[in-house]
Design a protein around this ligand. Structure first.
Ligand SMILES: Nc1ncnc2c1ncn2[C@@H]1O[C@H](COP(=O)(O)OP(=O)(O)OP(=O)(O)O)[C@@H](O)[C@H]1O
Length: 266
């Protein structure tokens, strides 16, 4: 347990110098579907990476394997220097996940939900941590309301508070600003950026919001049919496709215009 309330043991020196995530020739096959088809990447500590791709590209399966929830068919995943899923006990307390598509218990209030998750992570000074998150994420007005009685946007903010409860070193986000109005979405992005800066946290986010990825991420991995189509900074990718927005690049990739766009750029 660390002094700042993190539910984790102190990382060793070797572990600390390893990437936050290292994925090596990762494959996941479901009966006839190659959901993830031989992907490799390595994310340095403190980076924010966007995982892009159309429906069914393999983003969620990749994230689930990084969390140790889905077993790879072959290949390796290392998180914070530990093999997943074999050494997951060493890292699960130091990472967290948020998806607006995974509901928290509806009858519990926001405070009760955050208390349950905080206890699961053995967070020290839990009521202070919840008060800070409520303040940071503007939950105070509805902290004692049942989760099932919140708007979609309020639920998304609660889900983010749950994801930050253990002050994770690694944050995996699936559509972190889904259902938020543009003003609140912008505010959540600013919060994520300052969280990353203050904690040197690593963030991997799957998103369909290209503007969000352009604004937040220093690196973008584009997936299509389980494979990595491109992996670079947003600026380099846009330049390579001769496009001024990631949205246009996304459409090129989705519609198979990759070569055309690249050739047009020559
Ligand atoms: N449990 C499962 N059993 C069988 N097939 C699965 C399972 N989970 C995912 N798939 C298939 O694997 C492929 C990748 O799915 P995945 O959910 O990883 O995509 P995604 O990029 O997250 O898509 P979306 O943007 O729609 O959430 C899809 O063809 C999907 O149908």
């Amino acid at each position: 347990m660390t002094e700042n309330g993190k539910a984790s043991s102190r990382p060793t020196v070797a572990e600390h110098s390893s990437p936050a995530i290292a994925v090596d020739h990762l494959v996941k096959v479901y009966k006839q579907t190659r959901a993830v088809d031989d992907i490799s990447f390595s994310l340095p500590r403190g980076s924010i990476t966007g995982l892009l791709g159309g429906n069914g590209a393999g983003k969620t399966t990749t994230i689930a394997m990084i969390m140790g929830l889905v077993l790879p068919t072959s290949g390796r995943v290392q998180v914070l220097g530990h093999e997943m899923p074999e050494e997951s006990a060493a890292v699960l307390g130091r990472m967290n996940f948020e998806s607006p598509y995974v509901d928290m218990p509806m009858r519990l209030t926001v405070r009760q939900n955050l208390t349950v998750f905080g206890k699961l992570y053995a967070v020290k000074h839990l009521s202070d941590r919840i008060a800070k998150l409520a303040d940071d994420l503007d939950l105070t007005d509805f902290i004692d309301r049942a989760n099932g009685k919140l708007s979609a946007g309020q639920k998304t903010r609660v889900a983010l508070a749950k994801a930050l409860i253990n002050q994770p070193e690694l944050l995996l986000l699936d559509e972190p600003t889904a259902s938020l109005d543009p003003d609140t979405a912008d505010w959540v992005r600013a919060h994520l950026m300052s969280y990353r800066k203050e904690n040197n946290a690593t963030i991997l986010l799957a998103s369909h919001n290209m503007l969000e990825v352009e604004r937040l991420c220093d690196r973008v991995i584009i997936m299509k049919r389980g494979r990595i189509e491109d992996d670079d900074t947003p600026e380099a990718i846009m330049a390579r496709y001769n496009r001024t927005t990631l949205e246009e690049v996304f459409l090129d990739v989705a519609r198979g215009r990759v070569n055309g766009a690249k050739e047009a750029a020559r």
